[in-house]
Design a protein around this ligand. Structure first.
Ligand code: MTE
Length: 306
């Protein structure tokens, strides 16, 4: 099921013109993904006519996206991950598929994703710490992988687990969090077309500090839902425990939907500082994605289910 190989597209056949359209969310065409996942890039970043984000947001420069990170496995300072994540070996990379699926097994990442073409999606990215960015992610809508895994009728949640290897991830030698880092989504959130399994940004393979080789991005949720360097995807009947919810249940809920009306107990969530900007801007409900996702939570009290 997972190892059907599509015909490979030689990089020589991928032209710059074929990669771009002017559409706002999707800029990439078929073929580029396989090259990016394998680290073979048919062009340089600077040559690219990058689009802008939702509502014409200006893209955050690559240097900021890859230089200002949260990845506690490599330290708690914002510049620690860029400095320290060079110890992470991202190939070969195995991903265990477990739980309520037709064929639980460990797959080589390249086999798991083969034939699923990454697309570019420019998303707002907002951290619970009230900073934000606009990022041209390169990723595969998670729903496409879930379809491929053939979930059983009992699969109601999807859990994502980060690598646990204190030798490669020195931050794990300290008990800052309950390692390994775990995040999870409800099945309808996981299948939503905005939810991405990300393999790159700005048309390059994902830098280690951003969660190489595979991380989750859910643009209407606080950034902490985006688990990095994923080694296990588990489909479950019951809602699993997640790292930040275990660490501080009063501060970090399971849903973690961006909500300017529900403050973090220690600071406001009403405004945010876009990296590179001086004045703070208003935070939007669901990070600006309410038209696409608010219906997922109809009838749910978002103050209780924060
Ligand atoms: N994933 C792991 N494994 N470890 C982490 O510390 N931090 C989270 C999330 N994913 C984190 C993680 C938080 S708090 C945020 S805001 C985002 O990653 C940051 O993603 P970025 O560094 O690519 O901006």
């Amino acid at each position: 099921m997972l190892i059907n190989r599509p015909p490979d597209i030689p990089t020589s056949e991928i032209t710059e013109e074929s990669l771009y359209t002017t559409r706002r969310e999707f800029l990439l065409a078929a073929g580029f993904g396989a090259a990016a996942v394998g680290g073979l890039l048919p062009f340089s970043r600077t040559a690219l006519p990058w689009g802008r984000g939702p509502d014409d947001d200006k893209l955050t420069p690559f240097e900021d996206i890859a230089g200002y990170n949260n990845f506690y496995e490599f330290g708690t300072g914002k510049d620690d991950p860029a400095r320290n994540a060079g110890t992470l070996r991202t190939r070969p990379w195995k991903v265990e598929i477990a739980g309520e699926v037709a064929t639980p097994a460990a797959y080589d990442l390249d086999d798991l994703l083969r034939g699923l073409t990454p697309e570019e999606h420019v998303y707002r990215h907002r951290c619970v710490e009230a900073w934000s960015m606009v990022v041209p992610w390169l990723g595969i809508p998670l729903g496409r992988l879930i379809d491929r895994l053939e979930p059983t009728s009992r699969a109601k949640y999807v859990e994502f687990t980060t690598l646990f290897d204190p030798a490669q991830m020195p931050g794990q030698q300290r008990g800052i969090l309950d390692w390994p880092y775990v995040e999870a989504l409800r099945m309808d959130e996981a299948r939503h077309p905005l939810t991405l399994l990300v393999t790159g940004l700005y048309g390059k393979p994902l830098p280690n500090q951003n969660g190489a080789p595979l991380r989750l991005v859910v643009p209407w949720k606080y950034g902490f839902k985006g688990g990095k360097s994923i080694v296990r995807i588990r489909l479950l009947e019951r809602q699993p425990a997640t790292t930040w919810n275990i660490a501080a249940p009063d501060e970090y809920g399971f849903y973690a939907n961006v909500n300017p009306e529900v403050d973090h107990p220690r600071w406001s969530q009403a405004r945010e500082r876009r990296i590179g900007e001086f004045f703070k801007r208003k935070t939007l409900p669901f990070n600006g994605y309410a038209p696409q996702v608010a219906s997922l939570y109809a009838g749910l009290d978002l103050r209780k289910n924060f």
